[in-house]
Design a protein around this ligand. Structure first.
Ligand code: F0G
Length: 429
């Protein structure tokens, strides 16, 4: 059916250094560039599609996972003991109210918040923690704005590995922190932002017994790339014109780019969607890089600010991969305001779907993009509504204050009512 071999390869066009699959590296040992897992081998696309379809009726835990079901495109042998929580297999919803809000006849939302720990991180973590165990690591670690932490804590618990998490103090939602604690992780709170935590954890990962699983780790990206496969399958291999994702540390956009490229090069799809990355206006170094005509210097944002705490990131480590994805697919990078995020989030809720603030940048961005109504669009919701309920309650009680101190409008708020209101409503029905 398919044979495959893998190497790790530096993505820098001047370097392209090659490393063994199991070299414990996060960046290129020669030039410091990002690493890709490079697959060599042939595929028979028609038989693969059929095999993947058949696996949906199987009870093998690997086939029940929306990640490992596509294992022909993962860098492991068939006898690998995988660390899985049955991730993936997330719904692709039609969202008519959100579509209307974006002035489109149709909009589909791929809800990655329906993963075991409530965010898209699980699709990458199952692969990264499987690799950690294969390498004999004792401790897995990450810096996080909350979701990576919750996900890693759960997968580490399943793999019986120690887990250390570094988070920016006071900047992680209670729900995410609660998950990490409940799954048994050691949580370290640091004064500073996500970027401070990321620098710290990279220093720590110099120790051989520690395995770093932030999205700089190419195995994380391999897992996350399978979402492109699952989406293609859900759309019967007919790609949409646009795929829209939020941008923080830029691992997700990188992963979609890699996934679509591999699908295209293997003949599984006949065109790639344009990847659009949406950032919050106050934490938008990638959007600034994109709009700089020369695209020469990436300038980090020293003071990222947004209420969408998941994407409050000023120094995204994966930007060169995300840039490659945007360029290769002819996509774009835009920003949305705090008000636009808040309102789009409320509309997604009205579709009966819901998400956390960072995910709502997508619908806010699509509205802003003014996409032609005969073009098809899929937006990726990255985290579950219950990840940040404080934000929701503040919005609906007209109490949401932007980082610059401005009070946001609660345009689509639902007030909290008393019983008299119910009686009044019943009277007029
Ligand atoms: N949406 C959610 C809900 C997130 O948690 C994140 C990132 C993103 C979007 C951005 O994705 O980093 O791949 O561009 N959260 C990380 C964390 C940083 O630590 O949980 P990205």
């Amino acid at each position: 059916m398919s044979y495959r071999t893998y190497v790790q390869r530096c993505i820098s066009s001047e370097c392209r250094a090659e490393f063994d699959l199991d070299a414990r590296l996060y960046v290129c040992a020669r030039c410091g560039g990002l690493l890709d897992l490079e697959r060599r081998g042939e595929v028979d696309s028609a038989s693969l599609r059929e095999l993947w379809r058949q696996r949906r009726a199987s009870f093998d835990p690997r086939d029940r996972s929306g990640v490992w079901r596509f294992r022909e495109f993962l860098p492991f042998t068939d006898d690998t003991q995988v660390v899985s929580l049955g991730e993936g297999n997330t719904p692709l919803y039609d969202a008519p109210r959100s579509a209307d809000y974006c002035r489109l006849p149709q909009l589909k939302l791929k809800h990655q918040g329906c993963n075991p720990t409530g965010s898209f991180k699980d699709t990458g973590m199952t692969v990264a923690v499987t690799q950690a165990r294969k390498l004999g690591a004792r401790l897995v670690a990450c810096a996080s704005t909350g979701n990576t932490a919750a996900s890693l804590a759960a997968y580490a618990a399943r793999a019986e590995l120690m887990c250390a998490i570094v988070v920016p103090s006071g900047n992680v939602s209670h729900a995410k922190l609660a998950q990490a604690l409940d799954y048994g992780a050691k949580v370290f709170e640091v004064e500073g932002n996500f970027d401070t935590c990321m620098n710290l954890i990279r220093e720590l990962a110099a120790d051989e017994s520690v395995y770093l699983v932030n999205s700089i780790n190419p195995f994380r990206i391999e897992g996350q790339k399978t979402v492109a496969f699952e989406l293609a399958e859900q759309l019967e291999w007919q790609m949409p014109d646009h795929l829209v994702v939020p941008g923080g540390n830029l691992g997700n956009s990188s992963a979609f780019g890699k996934g679509f490229r591999e699908l295209f090069e293997s003949g599984l799809i006949d065109r790639q969607p344009k990847i659009t990355v949406v950032q919050a206006e106050g934490a938008a170094p990638f959007a600034k890089f994109y709009s700089d005509f020369a695209h020469e210097h990436f300038v980090n944002d020293e003071h990222p600010q947004t209420l969408a705490s998941a994407i409050k990131i000023g120094a995204p480590v994966s930007w060169p991969k995300a840039w490659r994805a945007v360029q290769e697919t002819g996509g774009t990078v835009i920003t949305v305001t705090e008000q636009e995020i808040a309102d789009a989030k409320a509309i997604i809720g009205r579709d009966g779907i819901g998400c956390e603030p960072a995910s709502a940048t997508t619908v806010a961005g699509i509205r802003k993009l003014k996409i032609n109504e005969n073009e098809s669009v899929v937006a990726v919701l990255t985290g579950h509504l219950l990840k940040d309920t404080d934000y929701v309650i503040k919005y609906h009680s007209s109490n949401l204050i932007a980082p610059n101190g401005e009070k946001l409008e609660s345009t689509f708020a639902q007030d909290l009512h008393d019983l008299q209101d119910l009686q009044d409503i019943l009277k007029i029905m």
